[in-house]
Design a protein around this ligand. Structure first.
Ligand SMILES: C[S@@+](CC[C@H](N)C(=O)[O-])C[C@H]1O[C@@H](n2cnc3c(N)ncnc32)[C@H](O)[C@@H]1O
Length: 235
């Protein structure tokens, strides 16, 4: 059993090791459905088209890009503690004006390098599960959000449909680590993906934590048979 600090070291190393293949593998392994999930998530911020938004655990910036694509005045602060992921993302940014509106920052999601009440929106795609301490991260997200601002968490969940569940579990535990291991050269990173999804909070538990740190109107929306869930909360 890892301590929160050990988990952070492990997670940073794993993302660093796969950073050069992350986008490609994401697309292939999700059959490109991840684009739809990101679109649905970012659409939830359409009432804040020009305020500053924080994309936490931004990785290679796919959600930051979607956030700037959907709102031509929006600025996105993209924070991640793995410099290699951010660098891989910056390399592939298109050379239009979206590039000028994305500000990558290397920093820890559990000690967000931003003043209180800085952002109208926060997005965290596939990042909350990787934090050393989920509650600390949620408290920080609450701190840096403006009153009335919106938190959106996109995270893997576990399908409960009796037909989908065994197929999904077989794919996640057996097929995916093999393919991803060969392509990325790091099978352990994708075994961690499966085990971290299995160990993560149930939707009700995560929503209770969001409420506990002060979010209101907390609700969630499962997508693709509950393979992922979008969690929404207002400060
Ligand atoms: C699965 S990737 C998701 C990247 C991106 N959001 C996406 O949608 O593809 C998770 C990211 O969370 C980052 N991460 C994990 N723990 C973090 C922490 N404590 N602070 C900042 N970033 C963190 C990792 O470095 C990694 O880039």
């Amino acid at each position: 059993m890892q301590t929160p600090d050990e988990k952070k070291v492990f997670v940073k190393e794993k993302f660093s090791a796969i950073s050069h293949k992350y986008d490609f593998l994401n697309s292939v392994l999700s059959f490109q459905i991840d684009r739809y999930w990101r679109w649905v998530t970012t659409r939830e911020l359409k009432q804040f088209p020009d305020g500053a938004v924080l994309d936490l655990c931004a990785g290679t910036l796919p959600l930051s890009l979607e956030l700037t694509r959907q709102a031509p005045e929006r600025q996105v602060f993209a924070i991640d503690f793995c410099e290699d992921m951010l660098r891989a993302g910056v390399k592939t940014l298109p050379s239009d004006n979206r590039r000028e509106r994305i500000f990558p920052v290397c920093g820890d999601g559990e000690k967000i390098p931003a003043h209180d009440e800085s952002f109208w929106g926060i997005t965290v795609a596939f990042g909350v599960r990787n934090l050393g301490n989920t509650q600390d991260g949620l408290e920080e997200m609450h701190r840096v959000l403006k009153p009335g601002g919106k938190l959106l968490i996109l995270e893997f969940s576990r399908p409960i449909n009796p037909i989908v569940k065994p197929v999904y579990n077989f794919y996640l535990n057996k097929v995916l680590p093999q393919i991803a291991g060969v392509i990325s050269g790091d099978k352990e990173a994708y075994e961690y993906l499966a085990s971290s999804i299995a160990a993560f909070y149930k939707p009700e538990e995560l929503m209770d934590m969001m409420k506990k740190v002060g979010f209101r109107s907390v609700h969630c929306r499962p997508l693709t048979f509950g393979v992922v869930t979008v969690y929404i909360g207002i400060k």
